[in-house]
Design a protein around this ligand. Structure first.
Ligand code: CP3
Length: 342
């Protein structure tokens, strides 16, 4: 049994003393303890070495003390396992030397044996669970098939991902074949993560908001839906679609336990669009953590009031930024813990 079960209770819609809190991308970036390891080991070494991945996962639990841990890894370990080369260039981000551009490229993509290609993730989960000692739940994650396609086709980060969109619109058959392979791999991967001990999973659709509402249905939601259907009986599933407020109504009708909200959608509008029954997670503007600490605390309390304390998980509206002072990240978490004494 997990000692602090606030997060799992909120995902199940149960009444809580105060809402739970964690931060997207809380493992790494802004923590000096992380930067020390980052200086010594390159990115995929950190991902592939269970001792390092586990240590980085528990760092924020010790330092900023959120109510859930998220496994240190990356959404791009999936394309890597599928025979798509992925590098992480320091200062630049993801770099794929041989991006997918035509149907023949999609034929080279495989649905791998998970334990053969991604066994290191499962080892990291087992070690992390030991280190967490049942103090807080552990979240596993994957990118949405659409967001993975964005990198696989574009070959790098982008402001608009128009090469990826162009591929989908000019070669829809190849795009759908690729999306289905990513979906099949992701389902196997997340099921294996659950088997190895994660208590919930989050699907990051970081680039869903690049698509129009109609295209979102065809190229993103169709595949996220399959993942949610496959996993919902086995664990709690959170779907976070950045910029995807237009899809919240459909998402709320799925078997997802919770939906992530970014800061461009007000709590009131998010509750309205989702029908008021499903647990919501979000949506503090990550840049707002640069405000003075008293302002952060006041705004967090206002955010909880606006979402309501139940069926709610406090989080940022996207990942924490590298330039956030650790004290400010701590204040964000503390503000939530102080809420019950208000
Ligand atoms: O909470 C956590 O920090 C857990 C680990 C985690 C990482 N990436 C580690 C990472 C998680 C949950 C991710 C998800 C991820 N990765 C997403 C979805 C979430 C989001 O932010 O939208 C995306 C789009 C990626 C792809 C990716 N990985 C990019 C664009 C970059 C470079 C820019 C950046 O974020 O720094 C990465 C590298 C990466 N993944 C780093 C970390 C800590 C930084 C590089 C490094 O540590 O060397």
């Amino acid at each position: 049994m997990i000692k602090n079960d606030l997060f799992l209770k909120a995902l199940k819609g149960e009444t809580v003393q105060r809402p739970p809190v964690w931060m997207m991308r809380q493992a790494g970036r802004y923590l000096p303890e992380f930067m020390a390891l980052k200086d010594k080991y390159d990115f995929f070494t950190r991902c592939r070495t269970p001792e390092l991945a586990a240590e980085i996962t528990v760092q924020p639990i010790r330092i900023v003390k959120p109510d859930a841990a998220i496994l240190f890894s990356d959404i791009l370990v999936i394309p890597q396992a599928m025979n798509i080369e992925v590098e992480m260039k320091p200062g630049l981000g993801p770099w794929l030397p041989n991006p997918i551009r035509i149907a023949k490229d999609v034929d080279q993509v495989i649905v791998p044996d998970i334990n053969e290609e991604l066994g290191y993730v499962m080892d990291a989960i087992k070690l992390t669970k030991e280190m967490l000692n049942n103090e807080v739940p552990l979240i596993g994650f994957a990118g949405s098939p659409w967001t993975i396609l964005c990198y696989a086709v574009e070959g790098k980060g982008s402001k608009s991902f128009d090469t990826a969109k162009g591929f989908c619109f000019s070669q829809p058959e190849a795009a759908h074949a690729l999306l289905q392979k990513i979906t099949d791999t992701t389902i196997l991967y997340l099921k294996e993560k659950v088997k190895n001990g994660v208590n919930a999973v989050q699907i990051f659709d970081s680039w869903g908001g690049m698509l129009s509402p109609v295209d979102y249905q065809e190229f993103s939601w169709k595949y996220i839906y399959q993942i949610v259907e496959a996993l919902a009986g086995e664990t709690e599933v959170i779907v976070f679609g950045k910029g995807c407020w237009f899809a919240l109504n459909d998402m709320a009708k799925s078997k997802a336990s919770a939906l992530g909200i970014d800061w461009t959608c007000s709590p009131k509008n998010a509750r309205y669009l989702t029908g008021g029954n499903i647990t919501l997670q979000g949506n503090f503007d990550p840049s707002r953590l640069l405000s003075p600490i008293p302002t952060i605390k006041k705004m967090v309390h206002e955010m909880i009031d606006a979402f309501g304390k139940d069926k709610y998980v406090v989080n940022l509206g996207h990942g924490i930024l590298p330039n956030i002072p650790v004290d400010h990240a701590k204040a964000f978490i503390e503000a939530v813990k102080e809420y019950e004494h208000k």
